[in-house]
Design a protein around this ligand. Structure first.
Ligand code: KG4
Ligand code: ZN
Length: 355
């Protein structure tokens, strides 16, 4: 295992606690992930979604074992760290405060530079991480980032240190729509990956949904699609469909078809926005990230779309698609290389912040 002795400096500690994952990672100066530990909170399962107060308490409980495991995995002690980074937002304020306060204290106590990282900046640079422990690829001067998660569906245009928002969702995020449709069917939390899995077995043509148009804007909208899927479930139930997934029952074919149609429209919307952006100004490189970037259809379609248009594509490695701290440490490393740093005493957690 690579340890701090054999790794180029600076050794970066990343901390991420913006929602329901307690995460800690150590990267070396070339962006190699020496350790990345993510503890997903199971305590929310009983509620079918994330409960903010529970998230904060679980972060406090999980932090010590998660940090110990990350440091042990990297063969490092706190004293070996050169840079400290923590997510400052957006997210649940009580949850953010846990990781941010720990990061600020560590930076202050160890007298190391500190980075208060925007969560989406972490996702944006996550496709450049190597899942096999090699150095991170250097992000190019210009690229387009698509971030699709439980909280965001956003397209960014990156030019050096400038990040402009090209499009975002007007209502629900892509992952959120998957979660709500899955929840309505009684699937366990988190529903997105399960909807994706079931959709693989359905026929999208048997239950088609339209891709919404936001006029000339490239913005996303997922609440209309979500409502249409919920209404379609209602109709199937009125027609006699019964399915209790929590009791291990096999899904009926109409439910699988419905999920396949829903997924195809959700993915179709992302492709539609990219297509129109590419027509306006060719995309040099597309970096796709966020929890919903694990979606199998989205990954397949993006590979096809990018190859047909000779767009260079970087799909986030599956291990770094969901929330993790390696992406936060990576964003901090890139900021450090630009000569940036934050005052650990001044950094504040914020639930909603522009990038
Ligand atoms: O990035 P992430 O871990 O947390 C946020 O910042 O939101 O993303 C989690 C979201 C959830 O909504 C989850 O259901 C969704 O990503 N997700 C998926 C898939 N895997 C995770 N959505 C669709 N298909 C998937 N395979
Ligand atoms: Zn996220």
């Amino acid at each position: 295992m690579a340890g701090p002795m054999s790794s180029p400096p600076p050794l970066v500690l990343g901390i991420e606690t913006s929602c329901d994952d307690t995460a800690c990672a150590v990267l070396d100066g070339e962006g190699r992930v020496l350790a990345s530990v993510v503890s997903s909170q199971l305590a929310h399962r009983a509620y079918g979604g994330v409960v903010p107060e529970i998230a904060s308490r679980e972060h406090l409980r999980n932090w010590t074992p998660v940090a110990r495991e990350a440091l042990a995995g990297a063969g490092a002690g706190f004293g070996d760290l050169d840079l400290i980074a923590a997510t400052r937002g957006p997210g649940l304020v009580g949850a953010l405060l846990v990781g941010l306060s720990i990061g600020k204290s560590l930076a202050y106590g160890l007298r190391r530079p500190f980075h208060a990282v925007h969560h989406l900046e972490g996702h944006l640079v996550s496709p450049f991480l190597d899942p096999d422990g090699g150095p991170a690829a250097p992000p190019p001067e210009r690229f387009v980032g698509l971030v699709v998660s439980g909280g965001h569906s956003t397209i960014f245009a990156v030019h050096g240190s400038e990040v402009a928002t090209v499009a975002e969702t007007r209502d629900d995020a892509m992952g959120e729509a998957f979660d709500k449709v899955g929840k309505r069917l009684g699937l366990p939390f988190p529903q997105g990956p399960r909807v994706d899995e079931l959709a693989e077995r359905g026929d999208p043509a048997a239950s088609p949904f339209p891709v919404p148009d936001c006029g000339a804007s490239l913005d996303f909208s997922y609440s209309g699609l979500k409502s249409q899927a919920l209404q379609a479930i209602e109709r199937l139930e009125r027609a006699g469909m019964r399915w209790a997934p929590e009791q291990g029952e096999e899904p009926p074919q109409p439910a699988l078809d419905l999920l396949a149609g829903f997924r195809a429209a959700a993915v179709g919307q992302a492709l539609d926005r990219l297509e129109r952006l590419h027509a306006r100004e060719p995309i040099p490189l597309l970096a796709v990230s966020g929890g919903a970037a694990a979606n199998r259809l989205l990954r397949r379609e993006l590979v096809r779309w990018a190859a047909e248009r000779s767009v260079e594509l970087r799909l986030v490695p599956l291990v770094y698609s969901g929330d993790n701290a390696a992406m936060i440490a990576h964003a901090a490393l890139l900021r450090h290389r630009r000569g940036l740093a934050d005052d650990p005493l001044a950094a504040e957690a914020e639930s909603r912040i522009a990038i």
